[in-house]
Structure formats: C-alpha cells, structure tokens
Design a protein around this ligand. Structure first.
Ligand code: FAD
Ligand code: SF4
Length: 518
C-alpha cells in the first residue's frame, strides 16, 4: 500500500499540535508510533517510567484514531519489532512506501543525531521539523544568550514574562516585583494538611502495559505498583485542574519544604505529563494566572509556579541545546567518586537520603528540593562523578528526559558545568536540611554535631568540599564569606572535620552504605 506521508511520532511527542502532525492529510497519511525496547534500556529506566510512557503512547494512538488519523502502532511485544526506532521506521517505510517521512526533532541530542542519519538510509526523503511546543525556540534562546557573559535564569525569565504577557501590567510585572522567591521558602509546618493528588485507576490498556513491563523489566529499579498516574490527555488535564484548585495556594509558601512520609506536599506532579506532551506549558501557566486574578491563590504562589515553567524549564532546555554534546562530559570540579550503592537500595542511616531515595523507588518522584539539596547536595559534597550521577537521575525519575535532566543534574546540582546554570554551587551543611524539613528529628545523626561518629555527615563533607575548592570559590562573591570562615577556622577543628569526612567517605566507598553491620 502507498501512503502519502509517514508521520513518525516519538514517545514524548504526544501532542495533537505536534509539528509532525500539522497539515496531515488524514485520508492519505499514516501516523507511525513505535514502542522501542532500546529506548527503555539505554539507561535502565524505572519500571514506572517505562509503563507511564508506553501507556501514554497507547492512549495517544487512540486519541489520534478518534480524531480520524490512520495509526500504525508497533507494540513492544510485537514479534517482528526490531526494538529500535530506526529499524522500525525502515520496516514501516517498506510497508507503506510513503512519499516522505515527517518527524519532529527529538528532545535528546543522541536521538537527533540518529534522526539526521535516517534520510541516508531510507528510500524516501525525511523531513525534520522543529519542536515548537516550547515558549522559547532554540534560535531565540541562542540570540538571547549570544552577547551575555553569564547566562542567568532570572533575566531570561523576565524576557519570557514580557513575551507571554503572563502576570504583566503593561511592561511592568504585576505586584511591582518579578520574583517572589524569598516568600516561597517556608519550612514545613507540623499539622498542615496536604491535599492528596488525584489518583487515576489504570484502565484495561494500562493494565496490559503494566503486565508487560512487570514481566520484561522486572530487574529494573523501582516499584511498578501502585500505578495511578494520568496517561490520557483528559486525565492529565483533570490533574492540572485539581492542582490549581487544591494545591497551588500552598505551593508558593512551601515549595522548598520537606517532610518525612510526605512525598508530594503541594507540588503539582505535572512534569511527566508536560514532558511527554499531554499538557501544554503555556495553557497551564494561564490557568495559574487566572487563579491569581480570581483571588483563589496569592501572587507568590502563581508567580512561583509560572517561573518554574516559563523560567527554569525553558532556560534549562536552552542551555542543553546550546552546550551539547560536550555538556554531558562536564566535570569542572574533577569529581570522580563512584555513586554509592545506597542510591539504589536506599539503605543509609541518613534519614534525609533514605526518605528521598525511598520515595524515588516507590513513586519515581522526588520534588525539586529533595533532588537538589538532598541527593544532589550529598553527591556534590562527596565528589561523585557527575556522569554517573546524571545516569542515575535519568533512570530513576518519571519525568527524566535528557534535555531537562542533564542541565539540572550536571549544571544546577553538581556545578560541573563551571557555573553556566548556577552562579554558585548548591552546597550546604546539615543546617539547611534541618531548617527546611523534619528529617533530622528521627535521624541517627545529629545535625548540630560537626565531628565524631554521630555528627551529621553533611557538616564535615561541606567543609571538606570548601577546603578542596577553596581557591576556585574564594573569588566567587556568593561563596567568599564561607571560604573566609574556613580560613579563620582553628587548625585542630579543620583537621577533625577533614578526618571525619574521610572516614565517612571511606566507609561508603567500601561498603556502599554508612550503615554499620549488625
Ligand atoms: P513542581 O514543583 O510542581 O513545579 C512545577 C513545574 O515546573 C514542574 O512540573 C516542571 O515542569 C517545572 N520545573 C520546576 N523546576 C524545574 C527545573 N529546575 N527545570 C525544569 N523544569 C522545572 N525536571 C524534569 O522535568 N525532569 C527531570 O529529569 C528533572 N531532573 C532534575 C534533576 C535534578 C538534580 C534537579 C535538581 C531537578 C530536576 N528537575 C527535573 C526539575 C524539578 O525537580 C522537577 O521538574 C520537579 O521536581 C517535578 O515535579 P513537579 O511536577 O511536582 O514540579
Ligand atoms: Fe540528613 Fe544530617 Fe539531618 Fe540526618 S542529621 S537527616 S543526615 S541532614
């Protein structure tokens, strides 16, 4: 059979507005969708993440069929499936003999390189189209970045506010300030009720996916069940509405808070739906703006949420494409330690890490401050190899796609890019975690102790980190005060801190955990 165009849709391109679907001739064109095993295993993704992407793909195929498209869908368990995107495209071209293939550029450098090679291997031309589901196109980001000595998210964010008109009063920000971050750092208050996020029971098709993933990827990290994520557009939109109605009001104040046993607090849990294309970022921001305009939420809540999406999310993407492919090899602090085993098992006496890793295993989710100031901060202080850490974050989180994960991990959390994303390393002692969470209350370590076997490991590791990078950070205006404190420290105390840090690191290097054998 001869088709008009073959329109190839990838697993994170589940948007009806996708450039590869635009102007399709529904009578002649065919949409190709492929479940490729190679994409599930090039890093060993969390079981829940694989199930989420496959279930959302199958739901999108239905959405397209309902809208009148012809869809050629290759399932993971199809016996002829080559498990490779390029291989399946070649088979589909042989099946349909289309005049051309249209595909939207992938969100990952590795795949774009592959896409660029398809044209040479196929018997028909391949048209690569921009992914315009973002607020800032890559050439626009590059033009903004071109004449700047340093890229700072805050200035990019202001440009995006002006561009979208979100929370703007003419050319000025609503409320007279661009950024209400200082009001978004309240520690967790005991007794505050956190409304539960909506949970969506898996339909029969999602159940089939769960069975398949449970069988094929049994030895991948993480728990497959319970599975309650939205996988259809309708459910993702319902989840977004629920967040705006019930949790956005609390999101602003408690964005940075952490509480033992509370995985979600007032976070939106919308990153996975956004990243695969079930939600549109601008529509979501307009909903948050409308909630502020109607008086349902405060300005710091709406602004804080909108900033994450039109600010951080877009900025991070711009950095990724501007600095790839070399970005993945960045290691400005020359960190080489292997990732401790407890990142996979969660077996550590450090309550903060056990909580963050435990919920990551269960839910494939940790919120931003857990990723940045607990697992990220520990890795930074311990000097973990950023490439190995990048692979961990890419595998374990439901929302992890390289364009967004890599600059957050390598840049923001590890400072391995030498300061492209962040103006200073997000390094802190146990004091920050103590202030923002209740983790320390049940920890075997004491956050107020600096040396000795019961001292919080973050404390000694923090001073060791400063000591190792003293020369580099002395010149950084945001770090120089701490370097001065280190310089003024009594030599005995400095020695005791360094000894405590080395003893602790030796233990995790040799045993994979700080836990003492019973
Ligand atoms: P909320 O707290 O409700 O925030 C709202 C939305 O803002 C998110 O859904 C997300 O789309 C966006 N957002 C917030 N912060 C960021 C950010 N720094 N970069 C990009 N978007 C942001 N986010 C991912 O989407 N995928 C990742 O793989 C990823 N890896 C990360 C790794 C590290 C080391 C760190 C520090 C952050 C990472 N983030 C990543 C950013 C952020 O942690 C997640 O977007 C957020 O935790 C998702 O949960 P949520 O939807 O409940 O977000
Ligand atoms: Fe984490 Fe230290 Fe607090 Fe324990 S005492 S929870 S290790 S910050």
């Amino acid at each position: 059979m001869t088709a008009g165009q073959l329109r190839f849709v990838l697993g994170d391109q589940l948007s009806p507005t996708l450039s590869a679907l635009r102007d399709a001739d529904k009578d002649r064109d065919v949409v190709l969708m492929v479940e490729a095993g190679a994409e599930a295993t090039y890093v060993r993704h969390h079981k829940k993440k694989i199930a989420f992407v496959l279930a959302a793909m199958r739901a999108f195929a239905h959405e397209l069929r309902d809208a009148g498209f012809r869809v050629d869908y290759v399932q993971l368990d199809d016996p002829d499936n080559t498990q490779d995107l390029g291989g399946e495209l070649a088979r589909a071209v042989a099946r349909w003999r289309p005049a051309a293939v249209s595909v939207t550029l992938a969100g990952e450098y590795r795949l774009v390189a592959e896409q660029r090679s398809w044209g040479e291997k196929l018997t028909c031309p391949v048209q690569l189209l921009e992914d315009d589901r973002f607020i800032c196109a890559i050439p626009e980001f590059n033009a903004w970045a071109a004449d700047r000595r340093q890229l700072r998210m805050e200035f990019f964010y202001r440009a995006m506010r002006r561009k979208t008109g979100l929370l703007m009063d003419g050319d000025e920000p609503v409320g007279g300030r661009w950024n209400f971050d200082s009001e978004n750092r309240k520690p967790a208050r005991p007794g505050l009720a956190w409304p539960d996020p909506p949970r969506f029971a898996p339909g029969p098709e999602t159940q089939e996916v769960l069975d398949l993933v449970g069988e094929r990827y049994a030895n991948h990290f993480g728990d497959l069940l319970p599975f309650w994520l939205p996988v259809t557009r309708r459910d993702a939109e319902a989840a977004a509405e629920d967040f705006i109605a019930n949790r956005l009001a609390l999101f602003g104040d408690y964005q940075d808070a952490m509480i033992a046993g509370e995985a979600f607090l007032a976070h939106s849990l919308l990153s996975s739906a956004l990243n695969v294309g079930l939600l549109d970022p601008l529509t979501l921001c307009r909903q948050a703006e409308a909630a502020y305009c109607s008086g349902a939420v405060s300005l710091n809540a709406a602004e804080g949420f909108i900033r994450q999406i039109i600010g951080w999310r877009e900025f991070i993407r711009g950095v990724y494409w501007r600095h790839m492919p070399g970005y993945l090899r960045s290691n400005s602090l020359a960190a080489t330690r292997a990732l401790p085993q407890f990142y996979w098992t969660g077996e550590t006496d450090m309550t903060c890490l056990a909580e963050a890793i435990g919920q990551t295993r269960r839910e494939a989710y940790a919120h931003h401050i857990q990723r940045l100031m607990v697992t990220g901060n520990f890795a930074l202080l311990a000097g973990i190899d950023p490439a190995e850490l990048h692979e961990w974050y890419l595998s374990v989180y439901i929302d992890a796609f390289e364009w967004v994960e890599a600059p957050n991990t390598i840049g923001m959390s590890q400072y391995a890019d030498g300061g492209i994303v962040a103006s200073k390393p997000y390094a802190s002692s146990g004091a920050y975690i103590k202030r923002m969470s209740n983790y320390c209350q049940t920890c075997r370590y004491d956050p107020s102790e600096r040396t000795g076997p019961d001292a919080c490991p973050f404390n000694a590791l923090y001073w060791r980190f400063l000591d190792r990078h003293r020369a580099r950070f002395a010149a950084n205006p945001r770090m120089s005060r701490m370097v001065a404190a280190l310089n003024a420290m009594a030599p005995d105390l400095r020695q005791a801190l360094l000894a405590r840090a080395e003893e602790f690191l030796n233990r995790i290097d040799h045993h994979g955990t700080d836990k003492m054998p019973c």
